[in-house]
Design a binder for this molecule. Structure first.
Ligand code: AHR
Length: 661
């Protein structure tokens, strides 16, 4: 037996294993109200989760803003290639004299001396562009004509108009679809066109070719597949967004994670940079080592939340950058100067006004101008992420929290208690949060499966009169950081404990959510994807089974055997009256369980059973048939029934009220 398996087995022995166990739930009791928002999701742009991932933009480095500060070999022309076809002569160069917008300073100039069959540039997308025959692609760019100039033999007169062809091509230059457009005049203009593909390719390129002598500046060269999720403009990749929607998360946290506080004061995520026309957004270095275009910004996050029925949970920095910050001499956590704090606090207050304020308020009007006059009903706001609890942090957090609570007592503020489940920052963070009467605090832990099983009672003894808990980041990290069924079942057992403590643990989100093949910087994650496919892990299905079967009342349960390998919880959804039983068997043997529902006469005799089981070390490997997938069927139930809980399994039994005749 491997040491980790041995530890797991010893833990099971400590929990005990019994032959005949009775589970009693008194359905006549009113039960304990628990958070209706318990199971949500955590989104952070790491592992290429946003650009190249959930954000459906197919062109990489569309606005020529990649920099060597992001990756040493990067330039504004990274992902682009100069192209001259059949007698074409010319060049491309980067300029910044007259940008589309100062927040997006670089653009490309295509200088065509001799058009031939076209002079311009090609973009390889994020690991190629997937093109489907019959598919439509929304192409757009900004363009302006330049003087033809003297250095390539022009006469200083504008060729009017400048004609371009834009194509989707295979690497071998086979045309998959194309369209043409004209550019005339020296002012920036937005060009939009639709390309319909006649053939498919999994690694196509977008080629933009000038067919006219002269100089033309281009920027924000963009291509979106059609449709995006919910057919939104500047939208999200439909299959990935749907997989997230299928979780039925009750809330969505964004934009992180460490991305929020950034690796230096200049790298903090500033929400105002992420709204408005995309060409006006100030993209910046992503602390995970690449570029964030902010094309998927606050408006798109809030809109996505609305589309999937999740409450938005934005997190802003607590006026300090990440303690692991490695720029400016690697001095770790630093705070904004106290002079800078009033403006920073105003940004936070403006966020609340932008989300919820009336359309005649300054920021509510900007939301309305973006196409959403209705409130986004912001309820939760995170301040800080895993920050070390230092005087610098405490001073700034208090300033922000006080200002938010003074102006918006209706907002639930979520503070932070450091990166670990215990220790110095955890202790200091809790002490500070309680002293400040912070509504809720964000706990984080990435631990072994055994840790989760050992800590099932963690919240049973938390003081109910103090700050509530948001378990903002957690995951069971198994050997090799693999998404084993073992890790997922440890999480499932833990989630039953969260339901039991749903009066104090108000929110919980597994982390991270997304990881792109070839760009995965952190494991394990919930969903793995490439440009065409995605793999749902065992951990995903556990999250889904809990979130789809969330209740708002916890019904205490009794097991006749004091020790068992079962973790159990029972909740009621007061909207439907459904009673939902969750059973986790972490043992290697099936467990015969008699379920006694006293007062169950009003329940329908047929219930829905969803069950996830498999080999303890099974993993749904990317690109292979998924072996760990839940199965749904119906089963007969009654006031008392026996259920054989399979070894290594999670079962959700959903019982519905008997319909009156
Ligand atoms: O989830 C990945 C990272 O883990 C987050 O960015 C950070 O908050 C935590 O350390």
């Amino acid at each position: 037996m491997k040491p980790t398996n041995l530890v797991f087995s010893l833990l099971l022995a400590a929990l005990g294993a019994s032959a005949a166990t009775t589970l009693t739930v008194d359905l006549a009791q009113s039960g304990k109200p628990i958070s209706p928002d318990l199971f949500g999701i955590f989104f952070e742009d790491l592992n290429y989760a946003a650009d190249g991932g959930l954000y459906a933009e197919l062109v990489q480095n569309r606005s020529f803003e990649y920099q060597a500060t992001e990756q040493l070999n990067w330039t504004p022309l990274t992902a682009w290639e100069f192209v001259a076809r059949d007698g074409g002569r010319g060049a491309v160069k980067i300029a910044d004299a007259v940008p589309v917008h100062p927040n997006n300073p670089h653009y490309v100039v295509v200088e065509t001396q001799q058009p031939g069959a076209g002079v311009g540039l090609a973009n390889a997308g994020f690991d190629g562009i997937v093109v489907q025959a019959g598919g439509q692609y929304d192409f757009s760019l900004f363009a302006r004509q330049l003087f033809t100039g003297n250095h390539w033999g022009g006469n200083g007169v504008l060729e009017n108009p400048a004609r371009f062809v834009v194509r989707l091509e295979t690497k071998e230059r086979a045309v998959l679809g194309e369209t043409t457009f004209d550019v005339s005049g020296r002012d920036w203009q937005r060009v939009v066109a639709t390309i319909t593909a006649t053939n498919s390719d999994s690694a196509a390129r977008l080629v933009v070719l000038s067919l006219t002598k002269g100089g033309v500046a281009l920027d924000e060269i963009s291509l979106f597949p059609h449709p995006t999720f919910h057919n939104r403009a500047n939208g999200l990749r439909a299959d990935l967004a749907q997989a997230i929607a299928d979780l039925q998360p009750k809330f969505m946290r964004f934009p992180g994670g460490c991305l929020v506080h950034g690796h230096g004061l200049g790298n903090m995520y500033r929400w105002k940079d992420s709204i408005g026309p995309v060409e006006q957004r100030r993209g910046q270095e992503n602390l995970w080592g690449y570029h964030q275009s902010l094309g998927l910004g606050y408006f798109e996050f809030f809109q996505f939340c609305e589309d999937i029925g999740a409450k938005p949970l934005p997190v802003v920095a607590a006026g300090v950058c990440c303690q692991n910050a490695d720029d400016q001499g690697g001095t770790g956590q630093r705070g904004l100067s106290l002079d800078a704090m009033p403006a920073y606090i105003q940004d936070v207050l403006d966020l609340i006004e932008w989300a919820n304020g009336p359309t005649n308020s300054i920021w509510g009007a900007k939301r309305a101008a973006a196409g959403h006059p209705e409130s986004f009903h912001l309820q939760y706001l995170g301040i800080g992420n895993e920050d070390n609890i230092t005087p610098v942090f405490e001073e700034r957090f208090k300033m922000i929290n006080d200002a938010v609570k003074a102006k918006h007592p209706e907002i639930t503020v979520i503070g932070t208690v450091g990166p670990l489940p215990s220790g110095e920052d955890y202790e200091a963070g809790w002490k500070f949060a309680n002293a400040q009467h912070v509504d809720m605090v964000d706990e984080h832990y990435y631990e072994k499966p055994e840790w989760f099983l050992k800590n099932l009672k963690r919240y049973d003894t938390y003081d109910r009169t103090k700050s509530k808990v948001y378990l903002g980041e957690y995951a069971a990290h198994d050997a090799n950081r693999a998404n084993t069924l073992r890790s997922a079942l440890a999480e499932a057992a833990y989630l039953t404990a969260l339901e039991r403590n749903g009066d104090i643990v108000r929110l919980a989100s597994y982390a991270p959510l997304l990881a792109k093949q070839g760009h995965t910087q952190w494991r394990p994650d919930m969903i793995y994807f490439d440009n065409q496919n995605l793999t749902l892990t065992a951990n995903y299905f556990v999250q889904q089974m809990f979130a789809q079967n969330q209740g708002d009342v916890y019904l205490p349960t009794t097991l006749t055997t004091a020790a068992t390998n079962l973790a159990v919880s029972c909740v009621r959804d007061s909207k439907t009256g459904d009673v939902i039983l969750k059973l986790v068997n972490i043992g290697a043997e099936a467990q015969s369980l008699r379920v006694d529902f006293s007062g169950a006469k009003k329940l329908a005799p047929q219930a829905t059973k969803t069950m996830l089981t498999g080999d303890l070390m099974a993993v749904n490997t990317f690109g292979k048939h998924a072996s760990v997938v839940p199965q749904t069927s119906s089963m007969m139930v009654g006031e008392s029934f026996v259920y054989e809980v399979p070894a290594h399994s999670l079962t959700v039994i959903r019982l519905t009220p008997l319909q009156e005749q």
